[in-house]
Design a protein around this ligand. Structure first.
Ligand SMILES: Nc1ncnc2c1ncn2[C@@H]1O[C@H](COP(=O)(O)OP(=O)(O)O)[C@@H](O)[C@H]1O
Ligand SMILES: [Mg+2]
Length: 374
């Protein structure tokens, strides 16, 4: 099968074939344009000045006319504080409920500052110390004994040596004793290697971005010693329905392009309805402030709204009439809302009957939701 062979080789040889290119590749042109016009002072080993990093995240138009697309939609001050923190000796902790773009912002910050967002440690309950410090190549270790050649540096160790940004995802899921490995790294800026009687010292440009979910609080809370090494920036839920519709439309457009979905005119209508439903259920009250509703157990985040719409677009493109309709998003909404089959289903039925049913212009939406809920 020649096709599959050629697909394999080309996937390995070029980033344009990657299903999801890293931010520094996906937005290479924007980053290059920013670097070319950026004449403000850059901290050591930074690819851009803090101002240009903030512009990369928030979007803008450069003097030469290049348009920088907004990556993060939210308060400018939050981005400014996050970027400046990275230029200080404190690390950055992005905190927030799921789906508030913590991972997304962390990736783009690392891409803009260091040109490399891949120095990443994924935090889980099983993350070992080696994932943050270093491990050993056992074949080398057995034949040559402990040596630099046998040592396998973690992404954090590489970031220290190269003066780049390291990322730790879901910090609070990591067991407390493993988290504490970071204390020496962040306070002394060094990583001791007792087996070799040496250390790796961080060079200028090194810093660390961690993300943590609000909801995980109490699972493995950060020790106060570690927390003091971080500047915490809380990412809020989108302030208004307009902001949220804007975020969803942008991301859906980008994802649709990268998945090669046939173009479906996504009337903002359906996006607006999904966002409205999510916001009302999340907030426990209707948009007009008149009716209280119960909240289901799921988070109903912006990120989930994005995937409901993306799935809907795929349905419309492949099985519908090419236009995004209520019937294409109904199943996705049900899946996002009803996490707990018993309690959430009741919450959903009640919301459907008391709010959606009466709403003007929502008849088709009500019917589509009824159909999948039955
Ligand atoms: N304020 C926002 N601005 C831009 N994109 C957002 C925003 N909030 C959520 N998103 C989108 O939501 C998606 C998921 O975000 P993610 O970073 O995985 O969330 P978290 O790590 O906070 O759980 C991303 O695709 C991101 O583009
Ligand atoms: Mg995340």
């Amino acid at each position: 099968m020649p096709e599959s062979t050629s697909a394999l080789t080309s996937a390995g040889s070029g980033t344009e074939q990657a299903l999801r290119p890293h931010a520094e590749s996906a937005f290479a042109a924007e980053l290059a344009a920013l670097a070319a016009t950026d004449d403000r002072p850059r901290p050591s080993r930074w690819n851009l000045s803090p101002w240009a990093v903030a512009t990369y995240l928030l979007g803008g138009t450069l003097p030469d006319g290049t348009v920088i697309t907004p990556k993060y939609v939210g308060p400018r001050r939050i981005v400014e504080v996050a970027v400046t923190t990275l230029a200080t000796d404190r690390a950055l902790l992005l905190l927030g409920v799921p789906g508030t773009a913590k991972t997304w912002v962390s990736e783009h910050l690392a891409a803009a500052v260091s040109g490399d967002s891949t120095l990443l440690v994924q935090g889980t309950a099983g993350t070992p110390e080696e994932a943050i410090r270093y491990g050993w190549n056992y074949a080398q270790l057995l034949t040559h004994g402990p040596s630099r050649a046998a040592l396998v540096p973690s992404p954090v160790m590489r970031a220290m040596a190269e003066g780049r940004i390291a990322r730790v995802e879901e910090l609070t899921r990591i067991p407390a004793d493993v988290q504490d490995t970071l204390i020496t790294i962040l306070s002394e800026k060094t990583l001791p290697i007792p087996e070799l009687g040496t250390e790796t010292q961080a060079v200028r440009g090194f810093n660390l971005i961690a993300t943590a979910n609000d909801r995980d609080r109490g699972v493995n809370d950060l020790s106060s010693a570690l927390r003091r090494r971080f500047n915490t920036v809380v990412l809020p839920l989108p302030a208004s329905a307009e902001d949220e519709v804007d975020i969803v439309s942008r991301r859906v457009g980008q994802i649709g392009t990268s998945l090669d979905l046939p173009a479906v005119p996504h009337g903002t209508d359906e996006i607006r309805r999904v966002v409205t439903v999510f916001r009302e259920l999340r907030g426990g009250i209707t948009e007009d402030g008149r009716t209280k509703v119960k909240s289901p157990s799921g988070t109903l985040s912006t990120a989930e709204a994005i995937s409901v719409i993306t799935n809907g677009l795929a349905l419309a493109a492949h099985f519908g009439d090419g236009v995004l309709r209520a019937g294409d998003v109904a199943a996705g909404i049900l899946g996002a809302v009803v996490r707990d089959p018993a309690a959430d289903r009741l919450v959903w039925q009640e919301y459907l009957e008391t709010v959606v049913r009466e709403r003007e212009g929502w008849k088709d939406f009500y019917r589509a939701c009824r159909e999948v809920s039955a």
